[in-house]
Design a protein around this ligand. Structure first.
Ligand SMILES: NC(=O)c1ccc[n+]([C@@H]2O[C@H](COP(=O)([O-])OP(=O)(O)OC[C@H]3O[C@@H](n4cnc5c(N)ncnc54)[C@H](O)[C@@H]3O)[C@@H](O)[C@H]2O)c1
Length: 355
């Protein structure tokens, strides 16, 4: 087990998701971790989070550079960092932490630019601790499904699928206007979680894929593909399909309630949110069995943060490291390329210019 010490966290970002870290996750883990420095270009946000924590103004920084200057000068001594900034500035914060030997957990995606992801991978040294937030791995159903597939409960898997459907038909309802206005809103935001789940549950890696995205006729609230159909080949001959819509008008299969199905030679397993069941044909009769799930103390972000803290304290924990996460990121970048070109894309042909 890890040597637990209270970690001193430098938090990059004081926006919407950083609020979860500062007001929900850290208070729940008060014996494991506390914020000792905050970074955001928005000084009002800095002040509102910094003041109640006694960090304003001496440990609040209005640029990434200013925070690292304080670290270099010895004015700030974080033992870890959390990057909760927009994806386009993740690289600057993550690379700066690596250079200074600060263990870092960054929000997804590692970067919105594959060249930056590859540069981080190339700079990794054995002593570096860099992990990526893939919070959807941490639910009872998903974890149990992964274990059942790994122990052969449905025989050799041959196909895995994930369906995601949610209702953001009203303009702005997906966390404000930006996602409704950008190209590839599903592929560049949600898909990295779902592609990661397809890998995580099946235990297989993406090799090649083809992806179609579209805006259904009559939908005016999205400029970019708000529906996605993706088909992929994975290692060991497994096939994957991913179906996503953020203009779903039927029964939702939304965040944490996604529908995952794995087909194997002896049967299938099915996860929807907190439910998992197996199915097999016995003498032509369908036998369905609900699987009793082991309750987890923490879920989603909380479990990912606990795993990260255990990992940097020497615990034997599986976390999404950069090399692991590149399997999901390459699939995400390949999906964008394919959605533009309409062709199959092999992941091993993606270069740094893939973004
Ligand atoms: N894991 C999940 O389930 C999940 C869910 C939503 C968002 N996210 C990720 O969380 C991250 C943050 O998203 P958000 O919704 O909180 O965004 P946000 O826009 O609400 O907050 C980002 C903050 O970063 C600040 N900022 C921007 N550029 C900066 C810079 N150069 N230097 C310092 N500060 C800067 C902004 O002022 C803002 O306060 C993103 O990477 C996003 O993909 C993850």
């Amino acid at each position: 087990m890890a040597n637990q010490t209270k970690q001193r966290a430098l938090v990059f970002g004081a926006g919407r998701v950083a609020d979860w870290y500062l007001n929900i996750f850290f208070p729940d883990l008060a014996d494991r971790c506390e914020a000792v420095g905050l970074v955001d270009v928005n000084r009002e946000a800095l002040r509102s989070y910094g003041e109640p924590r006694g960090l304003w103004p001496h440990a609040c920084y209005d640029s990434i550079d200013a925070a690292f200057a304080a670290v270099d000068a010895g004015d700030l001594e974080p033992t870890c960092a959390f990057v909760v900034l927009p994806p386009e500035v993740h690289y600057e914060a993550v690379a700066g932490c690596m250079k200074r030997g600060i263990p870092v957990l960054t929000e997804k995606p590692l970067s919105d630019d594959l060249a930056e992801c590859l540069a981080i991978e190339a700079a990794l040294e054995p002593s570096h601790r860099v992990a990526v937030m893939q919070n959807y791995r941490h639910s009872e159903g998903v974890r149990a499904a992964r274990k059942l597939v790994a122990v052969g409960a449905i025989g050799r898997p041959h196909a895995v699928s994930l369906r995601f459907r949610t209702d953001y038909r009203e303009f702005g309802s997906w966390d404000g206007p930006a996602r409704h206005e950008v190209p590839h809103p599903i592929l560049l935001d949600a898909a990295v979680h779902h592609l990661d789940l397809l890998r995580f549950v099946s235990g297989k890696e993406f090799e090649s894929l083809v992806c179609d995205e579209w805006v259904p006729s009559g939908v005016t609230s999205f400029a970019g593909g708000c529906c996605v159909n993706l088909m992929a080949r994975m290692t060991d001959g497994v096939r994957a399909t991913y179906e996503a819509s953020v203009v779903g008008a039927g029964e939702p299969r939304s965040w944490t309630g996604e529908e995952i199905r794995v087909e194997g030679e002896l049967g299938a397993l099915h996860v929807i949110g907190p439910r998992l069941w197996t199915e097999r044909l016995e003498d032509g009769e369908l036998v369905k069995e609900e699987v009793a799930l082991e309750p987890m103390r923490y879920h989603h972000h909380m479990q990912a943060i606990v795993d990260f803290l255990d990992w940097i304290e020497g615990g034997d924990v599986e976390v999404p490291t950069v090399p692991d996460n590149l399997g999901s990121l390459r699939a995400m970048f390949a999906a964008v390329r394919s959605a533009k070109d309409g062709a199959w894309v092999r992941l091993d042909t993606l270069g740094p210019d893939a973004a």
